[in-house]
Design a protein around this ligand. Structure first.
Ligand code: GSH
Length: 340
């Protein structure tokens, strides 16, 4: 019965957006008119989106929002961040409460189609893993049949966990929480033998333990979790803006354009640089933006590498290596189509 109600609610939500496209086609105008981008983020996940005690947000997902604000409004600070749990996030986007969602959200077929949403790219390639206390003395998830598992509701994590244990003929019981803070507190209090989530989030949550070195992340990666920004279906102009704001950061890294050198780079003889920075082609006006759109992103937020390193990378408490998130020309899979 519950499944049926959920299915009907999904159909209703998709229906709103099939008939409501006139409203949905006006996101750029709405953001410009308001002078502020409203961006949905997590309730608090260091490295991705977390507020400090003065309410200032940081993280790779926060910077993704700030890049769009720089492109659209010329000011990366003109963003209102709306904290959302995993369960709340898609309704907030469908209902128009937020202009975009940037909340460590995995791109899946169902979310990209029947929810009436579109993923605009990937800002972090992730995969699901497991974290245990070292005192448990296990080296692999395969040793964990019968374990209790701390997990967050409304995530891809739940189905992956069920698939993995079933496929390996293992039993488990889940202990379900609504927010990441509750999940890590449950783990710390011994409510479960292990915590499962996207691996980056395990490293992030581990920093919240009184003694992070008491916990370890197991080697298994059991899924693909491409995380990225999401918009409503039916507004292609807005979809393009969010998509190309992220691509601009990746292309800027590829061409060696940084927040520190972007002013000198405006005189570069490389046509690729000139096109991106608006000194040769004017890609911005083709998207309804100023020709300085990408210049503003790089000047105010940085290129992809700068964003990665300060939020989740070696310059951050998470100390995650680029790995899959290195540029395609550097052994990773981070790749942006040409800006031309
Ligand atoms: N990438 C997965 C998991 C996303 C997720 O919500 N993970 C939790 C576990 S760390 C989280 O980010 N919580 C932050 C919060 O509670 O606001 C998905 O899209 O379903």
């Amino acid at each position: 019965m519950n499944k049926m109600i959920a299915a009907l609610a999904g159909v209703a939500a998709a229906g709103i957006f099939a008939t409501g496209s006139a409203q949905a086609a006006e996101t750029l105008d709405a953001v410009k008119g308001r002078g502020e981008l409203v961006c949905g983020v997590s309730t608090g996940l260091p490295g991705f989106s977390v507020p400090d005690d003065k309410g200032a947000w940081t993280g790779i997902d926060v910077d993704t929002c700030r890049a769009v604000a720089a492109a659209v409004l010329g000011d990366a600070n003109k963003v209102k961040f709306v904290p959302l749990t995993a369960k709340e996030r898609f309704t907030a986007l469908q209902s128009g409460e937020i202009d975009m969602l940037s909340r460590n959200t995995t791109w899946t077929a169902t979310r990209d189609t029947s929810l009436g949403l579109n993923f605009a790219g990937v800002n972090y390639y992730d995969g699901q893993g497991f974290m245990v206390m070292k005192s448990l003395g296990v080296k692999s998830a395969k040793e964990l049949s019968g374990a209790s598992v701390c997990i967050q509701s409304g995530t891809t994590t739940e189905l992956n966990l069920a698939d993995y244990f079933r496929l390996n003929g293992m039993e488990y019981s889940s202990v379900v929480f609504d927010t990441s803070d509750q999940t890590i507190q449950g783990f710390e209090a011994g409510r479960c033998d292990m915590l499962t989530s996207d691996q980056s989030q395990l490293y992030s949550l581990r920093t919240k333990l009184p003694d992070p070195s008491a916990a370890m992340v197991l080697p298994e990666v059991i899924s693909k979790e491409p995380l990225g920004p999401v918009v409503r279906q039916g507004d292609d102009e807005w979809f393009n803006i969010v998509k190309w704001s992220l691509f601009a950061m990746v292309n800027a890294e590829e061409f060696g354009i940084t927040s520190a050198n972007v002013d000198e780079m405006k005189d570069s003889k490389d046509p690729n640089v000139g096109r991106l920075l608006g000194t040769q082609d004017e890609l911005g006006p083709q998207m309804g933006l100023d020709k300085e759109w990408a210049y503003n992103i790089v000047k105010q937020v940085g290129n992809y590498s700068e964003m990665f390193e300060r939020t989740v990378g070696m310059g951050s408490p998470l100390e995650i290596a680029r790995g899959l998130n290195a540029l395609w020309s550097n052994g990773g899979i981070m790749y942006a189509p040409p800006a031309r």
